[in-house]
Design a protein around this ligand. Structure first.
Ligand code: FAD
Length: 384
């Protein structure tokens, strides 16, 4: 007979089985650390958010023995072609970035989560508990964390608590960590269509007089289009995106092939502390950044990697908890600040401006000078 949940206790409790919680769980299982991971959802969400997986993440997935599973399903982006309206400005090439991951891989987020969940189920199937929503917690000798399920309430006690429960983190709220930030004035439309471009495996970055348009190849001959809009459109029509692309790029999207369409606004938020007591924040629970540049999930994975190292140092190598956790907090907060600034720069480049000719000249110069290599490294999330 299985033990009732109310008597469960564990060394590390991960709240949230999104991409960051699942990644951390796989890593802790490989390091031989005792943990449980809980999520209020019974299954993952199918709506596609993240698509870009950057080289630093691929390097860590390779160390975990998971890179092959991602490479088998994703599409490799070798570079990005930039345009001023429809006039070519140059190409940002990732090919001279360090091998073997000298590309950005694209894969819809629900497929990423499925690969990680499959890996976790191979490594430690009993550690994943779905259908439990965290509602309350007490910190005594250990944490006592309360969950509601469809039928009743459960309690789990744990020495360390890792918040991977996303931007509206209940853990962050209950341990009392302020989350500072605001919405940007920018809004975007995005949609997936059969690829009708000649860009092959390159991304297309169009700086137009009316605002940014980007397109990225996805598995299955699909291309994701993202276009800046003047206002947030909550329930967009297909025509709102296709007519905008046609007006800005003179390019017709294949209407009948559309598989996803949505509008989104963008924000930036940063937790005032990444560690409080024995609670660690990781992923969107710690930082929210604009998706322009595709960094949020990757940054969360880098948090998870460092959180796992800190826990390994404490639980397996007998290092002092305070200094290991402080080092985690300092490094990850600095990285989050840098990523937020990079995302803000990306958005600034994509805004309408009366100085558009100057902007186009700057980008042309950047792409056709030795600085191009530096920018390729920045765009592939190095130094975070
Ligand atoms: C349009 C868009 C495009 C994006 N593109 C990219 C990209 O290309 N590259 C990139 O790196 N990032 C991208 N991002 C960002 C990325 O989607 C997020 O950074 C990522 O989902 C964060 O993962 P997470 O695991 O921290 O949080 P989440 O994905 O939010 O997962 C949190 C989990 O916690 C669970 N949970 C919440 N509350 C509770 C509770 N009380 N009890 C139990 N469980 C709970 C939820 O059910 C959920 O499963 C994009 C985002 C958007 C909106």
């Amino acid at each position: 007979m299985t033990e009732p949940l109310s008597t469960l206790s564990t060394e590390v409790l991960i709240v949230g089985a999104g991409p960051v919680g699942l990644f951390l769980a796989c890593r802790l299982a490989q390091l031989g650390i005792d943990f449980l991971i809980v999520d209020k959802r019974l299954e993952t969400v199918k709506h596609s958010r993240s698509i870009g997986i950057h080289p630093p993440s691929l390097e860590r997935l390779a160390e975990m023995g998971l890179a092959e599973a991602f490479l088998a399903k994703g599409v490799k982006i070798a570079g990005g072609q930039a345009f001023a309206n429809t006039r070519p400005l140059g190409r940002l090439s990732f090919e001279h970035c360090p091998e073997p991951f000298n590309f950005i891989l694209t894969l819809p987020q629900f497929e990423t989560e499925a690969i990680l969940e499959d890996a976790l189920l191979q490594l430690r199937p009993e550690a994943l508990l779905r259908g439990l929503e965290l509602t309350d917690l007490k910190q005594e000798e250990s944490y006592r964390v309360r969950f509601k399920t469809q039928a009743d309430t459960k309690e789990i006690s744990a020495s360390y608590l890792i918040a991977c429960d996303g931007k509206d983190s209940k853990v962050r709220e209950l341990v009392g960590i302020p989350f500072y930030g605001e919405a940007y004035p920018d809004a975007y439309l995005m949609g997936d269509f059969a690829d009708s471009t000649e860009l092959g495996s390159d991304a297309g970055i169009y700086l137009t007089d009316d605002g940014l348009v980007e397109s990225f190849p996805l598995p299955g001959g699909i291309r994701r289009w993202v276009a800046k809009t003047d206002t947030y459109i909550q329930t967009p029509s297909l025509e709102s995106l296709t007519s905008l692309i046609e007006a800005r790029l003179d390019h017709k999207l294949l209407l009948e092939t559309n598989t996803m369409l949505s509008g989104f606004g963008v924000q930036h938020f940063l937790a005032s502390q990444f560690v409080k007591g024995r609670t660690l924040l990781a992923g969107d629970a710690a930082h929210v950044l604009s998706p322009i540049g595709g960094q949020g999930m990757n940054l969360g994975w880098l948090d998870a990697w460092d959180a796992a190292r800190a826990l390994e140092a404490i639980l397996k190598k007998g290092k002092a908890p305070k200094s290991s956790l402080q080092a985690y907090a300092l490094k990850r907060k600095k990285a989050a600040r840098t990523a937020i600034a990079r995302a803000a720069f990306n958005m600034q480049l994509g805004r309408k401006t009366p100085f558009a000719p100057l902007k186009y000249a700057f980008v042309r110069l950047m792409l056709n000078s030795p600085l191009e290599r530096l920018f390729a490294r920045i765009f592939t999330m190095r130094w975070l």
